[in-house]
Write a protein that binds this ligand. Structure first.
Ligand code: NAD
Length: 510
């Protein structure tokens, strides 16, 4: 049995082991290692998940390579039909998936359905694969010569996903990878792995040939095996910045195409002319939704001095109305992913206080509507957090909202641009000129104007700047199809006798 990662976490009966998914069915592989999967609202282990060996990963990649030979030659019409069928099944069965997400991640059911909806948008976008994989054609580029481009699938691609969106992040990548004609090996987070197998079974039901989509469960050993495997052509990764950097450097070192999305620390700048009630609503929704375990969560409110006292009061009033508890009981906010993570997040409250911040609401005092052993931490509001504090600088990834007071737009912008992260940011104002300046001057990949979580719709692309994205391709949208296809340029001439003769010079156009 695996060693406990946190002493409080291991108590309970284990009655189920989650296998890998290969060639259209479950497969145990050869590994003897497993990891516990918790129900965070109960604080109990509900199953174990297998942790693949390097050889297991090799066997899964071999299955994907075999299946790809057929899938790459499957017509656009047939691939489109599979994607449409998958979308319909996902829509019809989304409640089932939402319950899996809530039971392993802890997010409340309404939020789990929201995650599925945002993932399903990418499936809908991928259904347009015929249009999105079209090449370009130039007739008579030179006399009698035509030039055209083809977009071809890469082969086997690896997807490595984080715990916080166990359905949406895989959907971002595999929908487009499959639509474009690739075979996929998904390595989901070992903390909430069941959604991946559920999606795999649904793809099978939608008509995807066996072996084209596979799931290998595991930890660093499985990831390293994927990063180094010569038959894996590309890696899409989402997770924390240190691992994103490692994945990017290692996989590019093995000659792969890589997009590696990392961590975040997202600021929301509230100018004095903003509607403060709307800004307070937005800060609470974006700060505490999914218990702050979102890469686009707002973790810092930059409040301009002139309105900061009022804004902090409005946020405090709203936080007092939130109900923390089991996501199956209609609460606003669920537990954190593990006991260890809950303790780490809670420790930042003392760090901030020691550094001079005011603790306005302390989430450690929460009375949850849920089991006593759940991994609870209530919404926490900190004011006057110094930017030198680790509570400001670190990605806390929990329900801790920090207010940093600034004297105006310039100081707010300076703080945002000094951050090593650049995932998302937002400005709240009624001044169009200020908003326009902000969208131009903020060194951040996704900007919200009176929108706190500016996740672009599926037909644009998602990705941050700086330490929030390594590589030059964002997720989904047009970038997604570019990433999962290789462009080939063809120059063609249909010969006639006039084209004869020897000429060793570099071809020139006529
Ligand atoms: P994580 O980096 O711990 O894990 C992500 C994946 O990497 C998992 O599949 C995990 O098994 C694997 N992994 C972990 N340690 C590894 C190691 N040493 N070597 C190789 N592989 C390893 O991230 P997490 O805790 O699962 O997810 C939360 C993080 O993801 C946060 O930092 C969050 O901001 C980030 N995130 C970013 C985005 C984005 O779009 N930029 C989206 C969602 C989450």
């Amino acid at each position: 049995m695996p060693q406990p990662r946190h002493p409080q976490e291991r108590t309970i009966n284990v009655n189920d082991i989650l296998d890998h998914w290969v060639r259209g069915s479950s497969w145990a592989g050869a590994s003897t290692r497993t990891a516990p999967v918790y129900d965070p609202a109960l604080g109990t282990v509900q199953k174990e998940v297998r942790l693949a060996t390097q050889a297991d990963v090799g066997a899964v990649v071999a299955a994907a390579s075999d299946a790809w030979l057929q899938w790459r030659d499957t017509s656009i019409a047939k691939r489109t039909a599979v994607m449409f069928a998958f979308r319909e099944l996902l829509h019809a069965r989304k409640e089932e998936l939402a319950h899996i997400l809530t039971s392993e991640h802890g997010k409340v059911l309404s939020d789990a359905l929201g995650e599925i909806a945002r993932g399903m948008e990418v499936v809908e976008f991928a259904c347009g694969l015929g249009h999105l994989t079209k090449g370009a054609y130039s007739e008579n580029a030179s006399s009698g010569v035509d030039v055209y481009t083809l977009r071809q699938p890469l082969g086997v691609v690896g997807i490595i996903s984080p715990f916080n969106f166990p359905a949406m992040v895989p959907l971002w990548f595999f929908s487009i990878a499959l639509a474009a004609g690739n075979a996929v090996v998904l390595k989901p987070s070992e903390k909430d792995p069941s959604a991946a197998n559920w999606l795999a079974a649904l793809l099978r039901e939608a008509g995807l040939p066996d072996g084209v989509f596979n799931v290998v469960h595991g930890d660093k050993e499985a990831v390293d095996a994927l990063l180094a495997h010569p038959d894996v052509r590309a890696i899409s990764f989402v997770g924390s910045t240190p691992i994103a950097r490692y994945v990017y450097e290692t996989a590019t070192g093995h000659g792969k195409r890589v997009q590696a999305l990392g961590g975040a620390k997202n600021h929301m700048l509230v100018l004095p002319d903003a509607d403060l009630d709307l800004a307070a609503d937005a800060a609470v929704n974006a700060g505490f939704g999914s218990a702050g375990e979102r890469c686009m969560a707002i973790s810092v409110v930059l409040a301009v001095d002139a309105v900061a006292d009022v804004l902090v009061d409005l946020i405090r009033e709203r936080v007092a109305t939130l109900r923390t508890g089991d996501g199956r009981r209609g609460c606003d906010m669920g537990p954190l992913i593990t006991g260890a993570h809950r303790d780490k997040v809670a420790s930042y409250i003392d760090v901030a206080a020691a550094d001079g911040a005011a603790v306005i609401v302390d989430g450690r005092d929460v009375q949850p509507d849920g089991a006593a052993d759940g991994f609870w931490l209530g919404p926490t509001l900190l004011d006057r957090v110094p930017t030198t504090s680790a509570a400001y600088q670190d990605e806390i990834f929990g329900p801790v909202l920090s207010v940093v007071r600034v004297d105006g737009y310039e100081e707010g912008l300076e703080i945002i641009n000094a951050s090593p992260y650049g995932n998302g940011t937002a400005i709240f104002t009624n001044d169009g000129g200020a908003a326009r300046r902000f969208q131009r001057e903020a060194q951040v990949g996704m900007i919200g104007i009176n929108v706190p979580i500016p996740v672009p719709v599926a037909y644009h692309s998602f990705g941050g700047w700086k330490a929030s994205l390594f590589g030059d391709a964002k997720a989904y949208g047009p970038h997604g199809f570019d990433f999962f296809t290789a462009e080939k340029a063809v120059t063609s001439r249909w010969l006639d006798p006039s084209h004869g003769g020897l000429n060793l010079g570099f071809p020139q156009h006529d």
